[in-house]
Design a binder for this molecule. Structure first.
Ligand SMILES: Nc1nc2c(ncn2[C@@H]2O[C@H](COP(=O)(O)OP(=O)(O)OP(=O)(O)O)[C@@H](O)[C@H]2O)c(=O)[nH]1
Ligand SMILES: [Mg+2]
Length: 410
């Protein structure tokens, strides 16, 4: 296999070399300085960690199977009609036809749309929050839903990079965000299970990187399979992470950072930001770090149901703010991390953990996010079908093994 320079592989995490400066005194994620480059030896250490990863830690086993779903009494109301319109920004609810979904009894009218929408998104080209699904989007959303509902499996917990077992074939997506932002709840909603990942009202619940598998049997080209290799029976790995900020620890950030810069099958990160809070410096730092590492990024607002005032106004303003921040970051990164290729200009809005309703997996804005995650992971979403794209088309170059990467000299 020819030696490829990692920076020639377009659009996903390029293993570049950065210096990490970890704060040990504060129980926080490390403060990283992605622009300062380090020596090659720090990367070689990461590489060794990958290849010596025989031990799989199960110190954070999955939660027991969820109880049977509670019975819901459907309440038929038009979600869009109950949205309070913003007063200061021109955010409107698109009135395209919606698929009726049931909201729990006694749902407050202003939250009804949150419960019933599969897609809540703000795109740069529209001043409205799109909360509805048009016909083709519906087909894609249901294709993505059936993908995510297949073959759910807890894989492993990892304390550091070397605990992640070798993965040569299956795309991995990282779920990142501050502690308590709703990462584990979001993952549960994605896979349609209430208790796949453990959730708690107390920040700092997730302390390890927890990997979960979803999706149908993968179609791996014969030439990519080594003799006697045991093939995975799922198509996508979602990795829940410990949060940064309040109640977090520097070692958690260290593990996540090493994973971002060295993990071969990482195809993108979903960054969760709470819509009930202000954008934090640490959120901006994370986005900058992903930009410098050239990791594809999708930003999702969580907890749209929380906080005062109109959620449409609050989330719409926050989405605009974030997009401005992302543009600034991509200008200063000056690499392939650009609007549309490095980061997704659509900001999704979710209420994944809202009331922890069993049926929420089909609502709360989560359906639309699934489609973008699959796209980021290299799948092609056609009507009612999800197909794995040829890696050579998606990423602009053959997939090289970690061993074949010629490291950029500093
Ligand atoms: N109202 C509301 N609550 C939510 C939402 N998402 C999560 N929550 C709640 O927020 C709390 C934290 O959720 P988690 O999913 O554990 O958050 P996390 O980011 O995984 O937290 P750590 O693992 O501690 O970093 C829990 O009480 C959830 O029920 C949401 O969309 N709306
Ligand atoms: Mg968690």
């Amino acid at each position: 296999m020819p030696l490829l320079r990692p920076q020639t592989i377009k659009g996903f995490s390029t293993p570049q070399i950065y210096h990490a400066c970890f704060s040990t005194s504060l129980p926080r994620w490390p403060r990283l300085r992605p622009t300062a480059k380090s020596s090659r030896s720090s990367i070689i250490a990461s590489k060794d960690e990958i290849y010596n990863s025989n031990s799989i830690s199960h110190s954070h086993p999955p939660a027991p199977p969820p109880p049977p779903p509670r019975q819901q009494t459907p309440k038929k109301t038009d979600p869009a009609s109950n949205i309070s319109k913003p007063t200061t920004t021109p955010i409107e609810i698109n009135n395209a036809p919606t698929r009726k979904r049931s909201a729990p009894p006694n749902t407050k009218p202003h939250k009804e749309a949150l419960f019933t929408s599969t897609l809540i998104r703000q795109s740069p080209n529209s001043s409205s929050l799109i909360t509805t699904t048009t016909k083709p989007q519906d087909a894609q959303i249901s294709a993505a839903a059936s993908f995510f509902n297949q073959n759910f499996q807890f894989l492993y917990s990892a304390e550091s990079l070397r605990h992640h077992p070798k993965n040569e074939h299956i795309p991995e997506i990282l779920i990142l965000g501050a502690s308590n932002v709703g990462k584990s709840s979001f993952l549960n909603a994605l896979v349609g299970k209430l208790d796949a990942a453990r959730v708690s009202a107390r920040p700092g619940k997730t302390t390890l990187m927890n990997a979960f598998a979803v999706g149908p049997l993968p179609k791996i080209p014969k030439g990519h399979v080594k003799q006697g290799e045991k093939l995975p029976r799922y198509s996508l790995v979602l990795v829940d992470t410990p949060g940064y900020g309040f109640k977090s620890q520097a070692s958690w950030g260290d593990a996540v950072w090493k994973y971002i810069k060295a993990r071969k099958m990482l195809r993108g990160a979903v960054v969760l930001i709470s819509s009930e809070k202000k954008l934090m410096e640490q959120d901006k730092w994370l986005l900058r770090t992903l930009a410098e590492a050239n990791t594809r990024t999708l930003v999702v607002l969580t907890k749209a149901d929380k906080g005062g005032g109109s959620w449409t106004e609050r989330c719409g303003e926050m989405a605009e703010l974030l997009r401005g921040e992302l543009r600034k970051i991509s200008r200063s990164a000056g690499n392939g991390w650009k609007e549309g290729s490095g980061w997704n200009p659509d900001i999704y809005i979710t209420a994944a953990g809202m009331d922890r309703m069993p049926k929420l997996a089909s609502g709360g804005g989560v359906g639309g996010v699934r489609t973008s995650i699959l796209e980021m992971a290299g799948f092609d979403l056609q009507d009612k079908e999800v197909k794995k794209k040829d890696e050579t088309i998606t990423y602009g170059g053959p997939v090289v093994s970690f061993d074949d990467i010629k490291w950029k000299e500093t």
